[in-house]
Design a protein around this ligand. Structure first.
Ligand SMILES: *[C@@H]1O[C@H](CO)[C@@H](O)[C@H](O)[C@H]1NC(C)=O
Ligand SMILES: *[C@@H]1O[C@H](CO)[C@@H](O)[C@H](O)[C@H]1NC(C)=O
Ligand SMILES: *[C@@H]1O[C@H](CO)[C@@H](O)[C@H](O)[C@H]1NC(C)=O
Ligand SMILES: *[C@@H]1O[C@H](CO)[C@@H](O)[C@H](O)[C@H]1NC(C)=O
Length: 241
């Protein structure tokens, strides 16, 4: 649980794009090949052991036609699947691969909030017209829904008033496998710059130091960053609150 607090503190203070849709908070970061999303909703009326949240992108401010990622929390089981909202009956974008284009998914409930984080490929097979491509110019409305029990019976739904953009915002300066990061842009300063973290506490300084010395091993794969942060923050047992 501490990890989620740490991560959400870091992410909520970052320079990435974010928006509130009612009391649902969405943040995203286009990393070029894929986009990181995080969506948090206040559960108030829901049973927080049995609920779901979805966030979709669409060319119109409607649920119908959206590419929606649905995240489900059912007791100790969680999953995330990628749907196409087709009229009243959403269907999986790919029957054979329910989480098509998704990786690093993480569904959590902290106090009264459900949070879903995932990384979505900006593009899959060109032949798949129903998979909306994210790039710097394409704009989409963000559409969320949430509910109790099985996905489908949503009691809450909303969308952005305007379409949003997905500015290219790489997590780390683009990985260059021909060079090591032995220039003056250390991982720590990169990390702080990108995440907008200016924390003074000793414990937080420790995690930056640790990441700085260890992240070098993983920086060839930008998306593993969050996973590694998880492992490292657990290892360090840091608390930045
Ligand atoms: C719950 O989420 C809302 C945003 O939807 C946020 O303002 C609030 O701080 C969160 N509460 C906790 C305990 O994380
Ligand atoms: C959830 O996991 C905890 C710890 O692993 C276990 O004690 C509990 O029985 C599980 N609950 C359900 C509903 O599976
Ligand atoms: C983004 O994708 C659209 C097609 O979906 C294309 O027309 C446009 O040129 C692309 N923009 C960039 C910056 O590649
Ligand atoms: C890093 O900074 C030091 C001193 O500020 C300088 O001597 C060195 O050339 C710099 N290294 C690079 C790769 O820019």
């Amino acid at each position: 649980m501490k990890f989620f607090l740490v991560i959400s503190l870091l992410i909520s203070s970052c320079l990435c794009n974010s928006i509130n849709i009612g009391d649902v908070y969405v943040t995203w970061k286009n990393m070029g090949e894929e986009t990181y999303f995080k969506v948090t909703a206040y559960l108030k009326e829901f049973n927080n052991h049995d609920c779901w949240i979805s966030i979709g992108i669409n060319r119109s401010p409607l649920m119908n036609g959206a590419n929606s990622v649905v995240c489900r929390m059912n007791n100790n089981e969680t999953w995330a699947r990628h749907y196409l909202n087709n009229g009243r009956s959403p269907s999986l974008l790919d029957e054979n691969e329910p989480s098509l284009g998704l990786s690093d998914t993480c569904v959590s409930v902290i106090k009264d909030n459900i949070t879903c984080q995932f990384i979505r490929k900006n593009q899959v097979d060109d032949k798949m017209k129903s998979y909306f491509k994210i790039n710097e110019t394409n704009e989409y409305y963000l559409i969320y829904a949430a509910g109790e029990g099985d996905f489908g019976m949503h009691s809450r739904q909303g969308q952005t008033r305007m379409p949003v953009k997905f500015h290219l915002n790489p997590l780390i300066s683009p990985p260059d496998t021909t060079k090591s990061y032995d220039n003056n842009e250390s991982h720590e300063s990169n990390f702080k710059k990108i995440m907008g973290a200016h924390r003074e506490k000793k414990d937080c300084a420790e995690i930056f130091k640790f990441l700085n010395s260890h992240y070098v091993k993983y920086d060839r794969q930008q998306t593993s960053f969050y996973k590694q942060t998880d492992i490292l923050s657990r290892k360090l047992d840091v608390d930045c609150t």
